[in-house]
Design a protein around this ligand. Structure first.
Ligand SMILES: NC(=O)c1ccc[n+]([C@@H]2O[C@H](COP(=O)([O-])OP(=O)(O)OC[C@H]3O[C@@H](n4cnc5c(N)ncnc54)[C@H](OP(=O)(O)O)[C@@H]3O)[C@@H](O)[C@H]2O)c1
Length: 265
């Protein structure tokens, strides 16, 4: 059984990935998926998505990925079904904005647990199921990790989140090299601000929107997700989405960090 596994599927980018993979044949990467396994905490939202898209092909897996041992039920399911995982999309992510000193240790832990620990552990448990080959040149599986342009350099008032996304970029680039000869490609997606519930959750305010310079560069999932799938199909290791984020990426490599932090301020 060929499957895709998508975390963070209850809203924003993960929901858009799921929708496109089910409704658009050309969104698929490689062989057809018999099932798409979708993961998030909000079981009601996952079930609504399943009902709206495909009750037969979508399997709902409600999990809080920040809890210790949260992946054991998934490990058991994998061991029982022994699927061929063709696509893993690590999309679940969160971050609290504001001064680090004003954040609780629980908030700090949750961001690191979800953005770093869960992403790596899930990759870890999925990899043994990503080895089915159709031929020596055939790519057997794809991993898409959603990082952020916040990971290019430190971000005051978003310190933990930016640091976790640096981890995602570094981890993705490293395992992409390790897995190159095994027919598994890894694409790390680095968007700037995207119009989802993310900013509301990060500011703990249902009406929050991106403001200031970030507000000028907000993109939509309609643009980002097809571009991400296209990059993954081509086996690209990194997608920095949008001209403004590409410029930031280049600047982060060429300019001293202190200069960029000064301009950010
Ligand atoms: N939007 C942006 O501006 C932006 C920019 C760059 C990168 N990103 C990254 O893009 C990814 C997707 O974010 P988004 O913009 O689509 O935001 P979103 O709409 O808030 O989606 C976040 C997803 O993560 C899930 N999630 C949060 N906490 C979880 C937990 N403890 N366990 C399991 N799932 C959890 C949420 O589901 P539940 O609440 O149901 O658990 C939701 O499905 C994240 O990694 C984010 O860091 C976002």
């Amino acid at each position: 059984m060929n499957i895709a596994v998508i975390t963070g599927a209850s809203s924003g980018m993960g929901k858009e990935f799921t929708t496109r993979l089910i409704t658009e044949n050309d969104a698929r990467i490689g062989a057809p998926y018999d099932e798409i396994w979708i993961i998030a905490r909000s079981e009601d939202k996952l079930i609504s998505l399943q009902k709206a898209l495909s009750p037969e092909r979508i399997r709902v897996i409600p999990l809080d990925l920040t809890l210790p041992g949260s992946l054991s039920s998934l490990e058991e399911l994998l061991s029982e079904k022994k699927p061929d995982i063709r696509l893993l999309i690590n999309c679940a992510g969160m971050g609290r904005s504001g001064a680090f000193a004003e954040q609780s240790k629980e908030e700090t832990h949750a961001a690191i647990a979800l953005n770093c620990d869960a992403l790596s552990s899930l990759t870890n448990i999925c990899l043994p199921y990503m080895t089915g080959h159709e031929g020596p040149k055939e790519r057997s599986a794809t991993i898409i990790n959603i990082a952020s342009s916040a990971g290019f350099l430190p971000q005051p008032d978003f310190a933990v989140y930016a640091a976790t996304k640096s981890y995602v970029i570094s981890f993705s680039r490293a395992i992409a090299e390790e897995l190159k000869g095994k027919g598994i490609s890894v694409t790390c997606v680095c968007p700037g601000p995207v119009d989802t519930d993310f900013i509301k959750a990060s500011k703990n305010d249902p009406n929050a929107t991106f403001t200031g310079i970030k507000g000028k560069f907000v993109t939509s999932v309609d643009k980002l997700i097809p571009a991400s799938l296209k990059a993954a199909k081509k086996g690209r290791k990194m997608l920095v989405f949008g001209i403004s984020q590409k410029a930031l990426h280049v600047a982060s490599k060429l300019l001293p960090t202190s200069w960029i932090l000064f301009f950010e301020k």
